[in-house]
Design a protein around this ligand. Structure first.
Ligand code: NAD
Length: 508
């Protein structure tokens, strides 16, 4: 096994992360071998307050920069991400245990959202609206909102920041970022890449105000400062439903805006007409990829009883043969869980499923000899008679609960009968069944797919889910509106003052 600590230091240095950022006492472990790879400086509460004040000052200047100029900074950020893609992708692999292609894919997603945001910087437009009054005009204008707080989860340590930051920056906001306490290194790398872009922007003649991006490494208590701070009008928080429940209520108490991107319990339905080769690959990637640690990971599968036995037998053999091991070796498809607690929760869920009569294939710990301090698990396929116990919860690990169905509407109802509402899919070649699944009587999720799995969204669409997934939307489509405030303007270009709805108020 290579020395990941030395490699990490050299990757961070290559991205211009200052050495003193690594002179702290907040330990960082790689899930690849479970060993400590660095110690970073954590933010103090006082530092958090100072950071928010700096971001507020930066916002007051940045909001006046024309949006297409703001887009130029994000264009440069995209260029610097392209230049740093290999190093940052490798760091993602080391810090969260993703395969090389998934680590690089995450950085590609950051580049994609920068490209999207650059175009958006010329399209932050509102409507012109007819009025009932003569010689009047109504319109909408969209204005920068303020400091955008970003709280992110460990499993997409850099992409989630970029989805938020690229939009917030072109919208005229400053950003204060509290990454997961498990992933401070990739956050330091992003901040360094941002500084490179800012230096080039400044060299082109426009200053970037200090505090436009503030990084606060630390735990939940630092996130809470962001959540409660009156100078932070919007917090975009990605993580567990438990986190979102706490954060959402605190933001609501001070009428701040929330974009909540929380847990999923995603399902797919395999109909009798499905292309089974395609379905097998779609299910395998969605359920086992990233070791089941995506919010969009496939966790429940409903298979029509007419094809159940043959399809599930093939799926089981994929579960038995998939390669589990160090994600840094190209041949392995399933890497480690993030830590011991994740393995513990996986085993508890499997025990609970067994107690309910579930039949478990896989799920055992692997590689304990090679990596005694890391936690690799063979993905688990669990055949269940129905939905109960752990099937109704998100366990952030590679567990797929498989169930039989006979009637599509019954399968759709079962799919929707969980508290979460993030992603869903149907595998079918029957047009009527596909459209029914996508209709108002179909999936109740924020993402509903046909003939692709539940994971692997692109940045062009709005991303997020319903119910306990939090209701937030970020990334593409019109998600940018969540980062701006809308003003409705009525302009009277006449010389009389007609009142709306025929109201009269004659003061003589
Ligand atoms: P987590 O909830 O443990 O932590 C997420 C972040 O919230 C961390 O930065 C943490 O420090 C912070 N935090 C926790 N409690 C807080 C509080 N009370 N106030 C302020 N900040 C607080 O989640 P995790 O284990 O890092 O990530 C896995 C979870 O994230 C899964 O549930 C997964 O589904 C979800 N997730 C959702 C999406 C999505 O877009 N819907 C994307 C990625 C991950």
């Amino acid at each position: 096994m290579p020395d990941l600590s030395a490699e990490t230091r050299s990757l961070l240095a290559s991205l211009d992360v200052p050495a003193d950022a690594l002179a702290g006492d907040m330990p960082v472990r790689s899930p690849v071998d479970g060993r400590e790879i660095a110690r970073v400086v954590a933010a103090t509460p006082q530092g958090a307050h100072e950071g928010i004040a700096a971001a507020r000052a930066a916002f007051l200047a940045w909001r006046l920069v024309p949006a297409p100029r703001r887009g130029e900074l994000v264009r440069l950020l995209g260029e610097e991400l392209r230049a740093g893609k290999q190093a940052l992708g490798r760091l993602v692999s080391i810090e969260v245990g993703k395969s090389p292609s998934e680590g690089l894919g995450e950085v590609q997603e950051m580049i994609d959202i920068c490209d999207f945001a650059v175009g958006l910087s010329r399209q932050l437009h509102g409507l012109t609206i007819m009025t009932e009054r003569p010689e009047h005009r109504m319109m909408e204008t969209w204005h920068p909102l303020g400091v955008t707080g970003v709280i992110s989860a460990f499993n997409f340590p850099v992409a989630v920041w970029s989805w938020n930051a690229a939009l917030a920056l072109v919208c005229g906001n400053s950003v204060v970022w509290k990454p997961s306490e498990k992933t401070p290194l990739t956050a330091l790398a992003c901040a360094a890449i941002f500084r490179r872009a800012a230096a080039r922007f400044a060299a082109s003649g426009s200053a970037v105000p200090d505090g436009l991006l503030v990084l606060l490494n630390g735990g939940r208590e630092i996130g809470e400062i962001l959540v409660d701070h009156p100078d932070v009008p919007l917090v975009s928080a990605t993580g567990s439903t438990a986190m979102g429940r706490a954060v959402g209520q605190r933001l609501a108490a001070r009428f701040a805006r929330a974009i909540l991107e929380l847990g999923g319990n995603n399902a797919a339905i395999v109909t009798p007409s499905a292309d089974l080769e395609l379905t097998l690959r779609g299910v395998a990637f969605a359920a086992m990829g990233t070791a089941g640690q995506r919010c969009t990971t496939l966790r429940r599968l409903f298979v029509h009883d007419g094809i159940y036995d043959g399809f599930v037998a093939r799926l089981k053999s994929a579960y038995e043969s998939v390669t589990v091991g160090s994600p840094l070796d190209e041949g392995n498809l399933v890497g480690p869980l993030i830590d011991a607690a994740a393995m513990e929760r996986m085993q508890q869920a499997l025990d609970a499923a067994r107690a309910l009569g579930g039949v478990v294939t896989g799920g055992n710990r692997e590689k304990a000899g090679e990596f005694p301090d890391a936690f690799y698990a063979r993905p688990a396929l669990v055949e269940m008679a129905g939905q109960a116990g752990p099937v109704l919860d998100e366990t952030f690990a590679p567990i797929l609960y498989v169930m039989k169905y006979t009637d599509l509407d019954q399968a759709i109802a079962a799919q929707n009968a969980v508290p979460q509402g993030l992603s869903s899919a149907v595998f079918t070649t029957d047009l009527r069944q596909a459209e029914r699944f996508l209709s108002a009587a179909g999936s109740d999720c924020g993402i509903a797919n046909v003939n692709i799995g539940t994971s692997g969204a692109e940045i062009g669409g709005a991303f997020g889910g319903e119910k306990e997934t939090g209701g937030g939307r970020e990334s593409g489509s019109d998600a940018w509106k969540g980062y701006m405030r809308r003003a409705t303007n009525t302009i009277n270009y006449g010389s009389t003052l007609p009142l709306a709805q025929g109201v009269s108020f004659d003061i003589g």
